[in-house]
Design a protein around this ligand. Structure first.
Ligand SMILES: Nc1ncnc2c1ncn2[C@@H]1O[C@H](COP(=O)(O)OP(=O)(O)OP(=O)(O)O)[C@@H](O)[C@H]1O
Ligand SMILES: [Mg+2]
Length: 605
């Protein structure tokens, strides 16, 4: 339902007057200008909008004071010349028309019977799209806003049927709305945001009002999409966490078996097979964790140009013969704070996808540049790219491109159009997770048959540039001595993991007391004459989690060493620990060797 008023207060239609509980004469005569009907919470915003003469295409929400003092809210569009004589259009909140019932036999005020002012300017200058249709539903006349709204439609001509202008699925509803409105006195129920009002007796014609909801729709779609990604992320993270416990046990028992079999033993290669497959599963779980942004990142300040130069050798090899890789480095790129290994993963995934999209060859372009906050609007709106200084990495290809219905799903885990066995559909989900966890954004654009362009925005790092750390050297090949005699308190609620870890440590000479939860751990600690050198504890446990347990343990022994083991990232729980707390961290799934090495390291004198 649409309400009209001139902001100067010289005009008001019957619907507007009735909405606020006034007689048409009271408002129409300009006794109460528009601005004085606005509620106290909205006066500033209303005044500014009236002075500017517009509210923009989305309108603004305002309160109004009814004659009886109660508050009515609605969305308001103001249009016209700056100053007092612009036109306001109000749509009551939620479309719930709390209009006082019209007494039987009392005619509704049709728009052309507004008191005062000229109908012509009311119509032509309205920010709301308005048109008149004749008895047959053909457009007789339309105002500027209506013409603009349907400008994309080449079907817009005088005499065009209204139904020809709307989307196919809305045609039946619009047809029946117009029919109903023309045949009756009252307005029919609106179709989406298209309203119709009867213009007079005898089915002479109807007024059509349309509110442009394009921007709102886009926003809603974006919101729904980000909600969906978050929900999938939560699910993926949960699955990954449980899977890591399972994999820790499988890998652990493989290690125990392998330790008892010689390589010449016929079972040895079979056990190796199990282990390799479990490791593959662990790789998939890592990607899921990356997507749900729960992996441990080791960010460092880097110059992107260096990293990309280093990487381009590998990329060239990945691209193969028929694809050429063009690298364009931006000048004086700002430093960024990223986990280099993960960032390389991002670029490799994007490049491999680009390659796969060009089965008969083509060009992959890798381009970097600085994007200052002021330039962000050129790439996306605030909902997908918050304005800030970014370093942008573009990966473009000249491949097959994607239709919109595929483009909207590509970041979902396990979405793949590739043949079974060719793609897992985790490449872009990993990219998405890593970039989001780094505080950036990734946007994709594509045109079918032309190619695709992926843009990765990484936040500019403000602050001193530290020396780029050298990558940690690969562990030495020589077999270290991993035995020890220290006493270990092992706290883990997952039976299989606890059993494996306990056996692995005992076999290396450690004295192990195992506990299934925090309470058991404290009980073990409180046994007279007991002391432990190191605690190996799970993080997520029912009743008492790792960090809470640590607090209790510290009270008993402030010098106790602690190793947390978890299927989640370190960041996920580190914030629950007291400031400056020192601990080691072992991500699940871990191998037997990693476990004993961590304990050895922690108990090193
Ligand atoms: N550059 C591109 N051009 C055309 N389509 C693409 C491009 N990049 C991704 N896609 C589409 O997005 C889908 C998902 O990509 P994603 O990298 O997540 O998975 P995948 O490549 O199929 O498998 P994986 O990367 O796990 O091996 C692809 O299957 C493909 O349909
Ligand atoms: Mg891929």
């Amino acid at each position: 339902m649409v309400l009209l008023s001139s902001a100067g207060g010289r005009l008001a239609n019957g619907t507007f007057s009735r909405w606020l509980g006034y007689g048409l004469a009271e408002l129409g005569a300009g006794v109460l200008p528009f601005a004085e009907l606005v509620g106290p919470r909205s006066t500033t915003i209303a005044k500014a909008a009236v002075e500017r003469g517009q509210t923009g295409p989305r309108g603004i929400d305002m309160d109004f004071v009814r004659q009886d003092g109660s508050i009515a809210s609605g969305r308001v569009w103001i249009g016209g010349r700056a100053g007092a004589d612009c036109i306001a259009v109000v749509i009551p909140r939620g479309d719930a028309m709390a209009l006082p019932a019209v007494a039987e036999g009392q005619a509704l005020e049709p728009p052309q019977r507004m008191s005062g002012g000229s109908d012509a300017s009311f119509f032509s200058r309205s920010p709301l799209a308005m048109a008149n249709v004749d008895g047959a539903g053909a457009v007789r006349e339309a105002n500027g806003s209506f013409a603009r709204l349907f400008a994309g439609s080449d079907r817009m001509r005088a005499g065009t049927k209204l139904e020809q202008l709307v989307a196919e699925r809305d045609v039946p509803a619009v047809e029946s709305l117009v029919r109903e409105t023309l045949s009756g006195q009252a307005s029919g129920a609106p179709v989406d945001r298209l309203y119709a009002a009867n213009l007079g007796p005898g089915g002479a014609g109807a007024a059509i009002y349309v509110v442009d909801t394009t921007a709102q729709r886009a926003l809603e779609a974006q919101f729904a999409q980000s909600q969906k990604m978050q929900a999938i992320g939560q699910l993926a993270g949960g699955v990954a966490h449980d899977f890591n416990n399972v994999l820790t046990a499988i890998l652990g028992y493989c290690d125990l078996l392998l330790a008892n079999h010689r390589p010449s033993d016929p079972s040895f290669p079979d056990i190796m097979q199990i282990k390799q497959n479990a490791n593959r599963a662990a790789g998939l779980v890592r990607q899921l964790l990356a997507f749900s942004r729960r992996q441990t990142l080791r960010p460092q300040v880097i110059q992107l140009t260096d990293v990309i130069s280093d990487l381009s050798m590998l990329l060239r090899r990945l691209m193969g013969e028929s694809i050429s890789l063009q690298v364009e480095h931006g000048r004086e790129l700002w430093p960024i704070l990223v986990d280099v290994n993960q960032f390389e993963q991002v670029i490799v995934n994007l490049a491999v996808n680009a390659r796969d999209a060009m089965p008969s060859g083509g060009v992959v372009t890798l381009r970097t540049l600085n994007v200052p906050a002021a330039a962000c609007a050129a790439y996306g709106d605030a909902s997908n790219l918050a304005p800030a200084d970014y370093v942008l990495v573009e990966v473009g290809d000249t491949g097959t491109g994607m239709p919109p219905d595929i483009l909207e799903k590509i970041f979902e885990p396990f979405f793949s159009t590739k043949d079974v066995g060719k793609g897992t559909g985790l490449g872009l989900s990993t990219v998405y997770g890593i970039v989001k966890q780094t505080g950036g954004s990734v946007l994709a654009a594509s045109e079918l048959g032309k190619g695709s362009l992926f843009r990765v925005f990484l936040p500019r790092h403000e602050g001193a540039i530290e020396e780029t750390q050298a990558r940690p050297a690969e562990p030495e090949a020589k077999v270290p001595d991993l035995t020890g005699q220290a006493s270990v308190l092992l706290v883990e609620d997952e039976d299989a993991v606890r059993a494996f870890a306990s056996r692995a440590l005992s076999a290396r000479g450690y004295r192990v007391v195992a506990a299934a939860n925090g309470a058991e751990a404290l009980e073990a600690m409180d046994q007279p004459g007991t002391s432990f050198d190191v605690v190996v504890s799970d993080v997520v446990m029912p009743e008492m989690d790792g960090p809470s347990l640590l607090r209790e343990l510290r009270r008993r022994d402030p010098k106790l060493k602690i190793i947390f083991i978890s299927g989640y990232a370190e960041e996920a729980f580190a914030k629950n620990l007291p400031e400056g707390e020192r601990f080691a961290f072992l991500p699940k799934p871990f191998s037997l060797k990693q476990l004993v090495a961590a304990v050895k390291e922690a108990t090193r004198p």
